[in-house]
Design a protein around this ligand. Structure first.
Ligand code: F6R
Length: 624
């Protein structure tokens, strides 16, 4: 959680830091701040409780002139409530060492106790502040040996003090530090939290992710766990935590910053809903045909032979990505391939019980979700191979997995995941096709039909999106409802869960997603007259049962909106219908989820919710 920016160079330091923070606000936004130093060793610190816009106003009212190095931070609280005192950057007792941090320092209480005993004074309740005081301690001890008068000694002293401070820390951290006495260098370190540096001309950048500085440079270096960077305006050196220099090659990021803008839509979420055909198309491109061939071998290292060899599949993921995993389970099972799906945070013990030669498939848009990463580590410790499905090049998950299948959705800024979900589904359908074909479960015309249906999906998504106004009207009619039910069966059951999750997170209403057959075992009792119930009921093997479940709900007063196709509409009796284009039964989740995303969006819009940044949430959940 939290977003970090850092800048060193001759341009407007505070503008660059604040602009970067605006782009990172999706990582957390309860408070924020910047610190900058000028050539005369003066330090400027500005913090606010609240959003980056408020910080921007504060800095505009009290501008910082002449600063050429600094760090910034947008926070999602872990230790200490959201407040100005707890906002980063944090300083040491002398207010010369300034720290921003993302992650959790697990041993901070021990460290704090020792520092307090040594006379340090703390100004916040955060775990982060200990870092500033430890650096201060280390600087003190090193200054005894180094002559403070010699400027050329300050950089090695600062580096060594920071290196030693980092060695004292346990937990997860991405840290960036500035020392007012040494304004020509910013230091950074990474352990289990993302950190990337951007290479400019006569200026360099640090951030939690590239979107913070993409408009300045696309040449970047991702830090690995256990690595540090010494960032100066004319160069960057990389080291291990042991102080050994490491050579790292920059990579060029293809996204441009306009891709990350709203493109004329009111919210990123709506823009991203409209980018879903493209997300699927890009994720499938060049990877599907010949189905069952070795087409993925060169890209991800997974040959058709290897696909045959796994005894079963185990999906792990969180939130929306978990719903993609549930669709994956049904899809693979449909092809007779044993598959399980677990929420990553509940996976730990199961890791040891997996059948030998299970392939673990970890799905994560960000590739940084702590629960997913820890589950992956457990799985690897049990000897399993891990395939990552992620949207983020260079993310931690990609470096820990044995095979990586990137979804090509572009950056997803809205906190509520939409196009990343479609990208994940596309990747799963792609894999399922190849696995099933490699194992002789999908052959001849069936294989051809599968590929043809899948390739038609982007066009059908566009057609589904044309229903936006109609869906918005239905959503408006329910804008004052406080309870919603979503039901479905089989491969669309995860879509009912996803529909409920979307509306909960962005419209702050109570919603339940249920397997339609389960309703009669208890939940049907909550139905009251007029309760909105969205029933996902496309044509397929469970349609008659679904129609029966809808009748049962109606008989208890539910106001049913049915998500159907032309054929299933004839079977289902509802108050209103949202009619989708027809596709094969197995592919329906890639269409049925879309009206539910749009529905949630318009209910949230009518309720005037902060759709792209819903309360209490953050885009990338890097704590467990
Ligand atoms: C919901 C949502 C979250 C994420 C979950 C996993 O709209 O965005 O539920 O899906 O936090 O995130 P990733 O995919 O980054 O691991």
């Amino acid at each position: 959680m939290c977003g970090i920016t850092g800048y060193i160079g001759d341009n407007k330091t505070t503008d660059i830091l604040i602009d970067g923070l605006k782009r990172l606000e999706y990582r957390g936004y309860d408070s924020c701040g910047i610190a900058a130093v000028d050539g005369k060793n003066r330090l400027y610190l500005k913090r606010v409780s609240g959003r980056v816009d408020a910080l921007d106003k504060l800095v505009a009212a009290e501008p910082v002139k002449g600063a050429h190095a600094g760090v910034g931070h947008t926070r999602w609280a872990t230790h200490g409530a959201p407040s100005e005192d707890n906002a980063h950057p944090h300083t040491d007792c002398s207010s010369e060492v300034v720290v921003v941090h993302n992650g959790i320092i697990e041993n901070y209480l021990d460290l704090k106790e020792k520092l307090l005993a040594g006379g340090h004074k703390f100004k916040s309740e955060t775990d982060t502040e200990v870092i500033a005081h430890i650096v201060e301690e280390k600087l003190k001890s090193l200054h005894v040996q180094a002559s403070a008068a010699r400027a050329d000694m300050l950089e090695p002293v600062f580096f060594e003090a920071f290196r030693r401070a980092v060695a004292d820390l346990k937990g997860s951290f991405a840290i960036s530090v500035v020392w007012a006495k040494c304004p020509g260098m910013i230091l950074a370190a990474r352990m289990h939290s993302p950190l990337v540096v951007g290479l400019g001309k006569g200026e360099n950048f640090i951030a939690s992710d590239v979107s913070a500085f993409l408009k300045h440079t696309k040449r970047v270096v991702f830090l690995n766990d256990g690595e540090m960077a010494a960032v100066k305006k004319d160069g960057i050196d990389f080291y291990t935590f042991q102080g050994k220099k490491v050579a790292k090659e920059p990579v060029t990021i293809q996204w441009d910053s306009t891709m990350a803008e709203k493109g004329g839509y009111k919210h990123f979420m709506l823009k991203e809903i409209h980018e879903q055909a493209e997300a699927v198309e890009n994720t499938l491109r060049g990877r599907l045909l010949p189905i069952g061939g070795d087409i993925l071998r060169s890209e991800i290292g997974l040959s058709a032979e290897a696909m045959k060899s796994f005894s079963s599949l185990q999906f792990i993921a969180c939130g929306t990505a978990y719903h993609a995993a549930l669709v994956g389970r049904v899809l693979f099972e449909n092809f007779g391939i044993a598959a399980h799906a677990d929420v990553a945070s509940e996976f730990t013990d199961r890791a040891k019980l997996m059948a030998p030669n299970t392939l673990v498939i970890a799905i994560s848009q960000s590739g940084e979700t702590a629960d997913t990463l820890f589950a992956v580590r457990e799985a690897k410790a049990s000897g399993a191979k891990v395939l990552a499905i992620t949207n983020t090049v260079g993310a931690t998950l990609t470096r820990e997995a044995d095979y990586v299948l990137h979804t090509h959705c572009g950056p997803e800024i809205g906190v509520a995941s939409t196009k990343a979900f479609l990208g994940q589904l596309a990747a799963i359908y792609l894999l399922a096709g190849h696995f099933a074909a490699a194992r002789g479960r999908l052959t001849g015309t069936d294989a051809r039909n599968y590929a043809e249906e899948l390739l038609k999906i982007p066009r059908l998504i566009e057609e589904t999106l044309e229903k936006e106004k109609e869906i918005a009207k239905v959503a408006d009619s329910f804008a004052s409802s406080e309870h919603f039910l979503f039901i479905s069966r089989h491969i669309n059951y995860p879509i009912a869960l996803e529909g409920a999750l979307k509306i909960k997170e962005i419209a702050y209403v109570h919603a339940e997603g249920y397997a339609a057959g389960e309703m009669k075992h208890g939940p049907i009792a909550i139905i009251y007259k007029g309760m909105p119930l969205l029933a996902v009921a496309p044509s397929g093997r469970t349609l008659d049962l679904m129609a029966g479940n809808i009748e049962e709900a109606k008989a208890r007063g539910a106001d049913v909106v049915a998500i159907v196709d032309e054929a299933s509409k004839k079977t289902v009796k509802a108050s209103r219908y949202l009619v989708l284009p027809t596709t094969g039964e197995l592919f329906t989740p890639m269409l049925t989820v879309i009206p539910l995303q749009i529905f949630a969006y318009y209910v949230a819009l009518a309720k005037k919710c902060d759709i792209d940044k819903p309360r209490n949430l953050a885009k990338s959940v890097t704590v467990r």
